[in-house]
Design a protein around this ligand. Structure first.
Ligand SMILES: [Mn+2]
Length: 329
């Protein structure tokens, strides 16, 4: 597929690579790796754009350590580009913002094939693969391109976070590409990315999380109230899930007029994505994977406390928890 993509791009002037919204390491690394391929093979310089925010200190450290040049898509004029590639997502997947009137020419992704993607000129969708970075690394191997240390480190981290790092099992292909790229990475940079410094409010948030957590049977329910950014909610959810005998965590918080929540389960069979949708039905939107999910609450004409009370009720019912006993940490 990469040969076809390269041929298609050859006559084009300006290429834009778009990540999914609020980009994670996989989409960032895949975009960066693809840009390197285009520069090596076609001597073309292209732009990487994203929509939303780069959450998590690790993701920001990845961008800094691997010198990844990315731009906010809202600051770009899409009309100036004559070729659009999206990575780690597909059109109309709900997590990629493409302005009205523009269409992706290429989609490279490892999520399930979406019907609408048939209309994308060139697509490489591999649901059996653990990450999009795996696909990009495989392109490099095919093309005999040796990645520079920054690109290699980013791709390695991209594959890792989407497979072994999130408890999802990687396919044979993922492991093969991880070992292929391993000799080229910087261990020092990888360590920095995986253990980034965090600001003082990160610890303030942890303190609050520990104080506010309610242990209800095998669930931890935690309302953080006002938070600085939404990724703190997901991080708190992951952090609390490490507690022994806990099977579920639900963390919620608000930023001005929007509420955000995160739902986690230790079981791969939990299908929390579906559960999240049920919990916020009529109150917001939610979705996710097998073990992790999240979403947003619409608070423009609703009270935060009341909304949370409804969700908590639904959650306890869904988990078949009847006890009224609430323990603190
Ligand atoms: Mn991915």
């Amino acid at each position: 597929m990469i040969e076809k993509i390269l041929e298609d791009i050859r006559p084009k002037r300006k290429v834009l690579i778009l990540t999914h919204n609020n980009p994670d390491p996989d989409t960032i690394a895949a975009a960066h790796g693809l840009r390197m391929i285009l520069s090596k093979v076609l001597k073309k310089r292209c732009t990487i754009a994203y929509y939303g925010i780069v959450g998590r200190a690790e993701n920001r450290e990845l961008i800094r350590m691997c010198k990844i040049d990315m731009h906010l898509s809202t600051k770009l004029n899409f009309a100036r580009y004559d070729y659009l590639i999206i990575v780690d997502t597909q059109p109309k997947a709900g997590n990629v913002y493409i302005p009205e009137g523009f269409n992706a020419d290429v989609a490279i992704d490892h999520h399930n094939f979406r019907h609408y993607t048939s209309s994308v000129k060139l697509h490489d969708i591999r649901p059996g693969t653990g990450s999009t970075s795996t696909i990009i690394t495989e392109y490099m191997k095919r093309l005999n391109i040796i990645p520079d240390v920054d690109t290699a480190t980013a791709l390695y981290y991209g594959i890792k976070t989407d497979t072994v790092g999130s408890g999802r099992s990687g396919s044979h292909e993922d492991m093969e590409m991880m070992s292929y790229i391993f000799p080229y990475i910087s261990h020092k940079k990888l360590t920095r990315i995986e253990n980034p410094e965090v600001p003082r409010y990160y610890f303030k948030n942890l303190k609050k999380a520990i104080e506010c957590s309610e242990i209800i049977e095998d669930l931890i329910f935690c309302d953080l109230g006002e938070v600085r950014n939404a990724d703190l909610i997901a991080e708190t959810s992951d952090f609390l899930l490490r507690m022994r005998d806990i099977k579920w965590t639900f963390v919620v918080g608000r930023i001005e007029n929007a509420g955000f929540f995160s739902l986690r389960s230790k079981s791969i069979r939990a299908k929390v994505g579906r559960m999240a949708m049920y919990l916020v039905k009529g109150l917001g939107s939610g979705g996710g994977h097998m073990k992790s999910a999240g979403g947003q609450l619409n608070l423009t004409d609703k009270n935060y406390q009341e909304t949370i009370a409804v969700i908590k009720d639904r959650l306890l019912k869904r988990l078949d928890i009847n006890t009224v006993e609430i323990k603190k940490i």
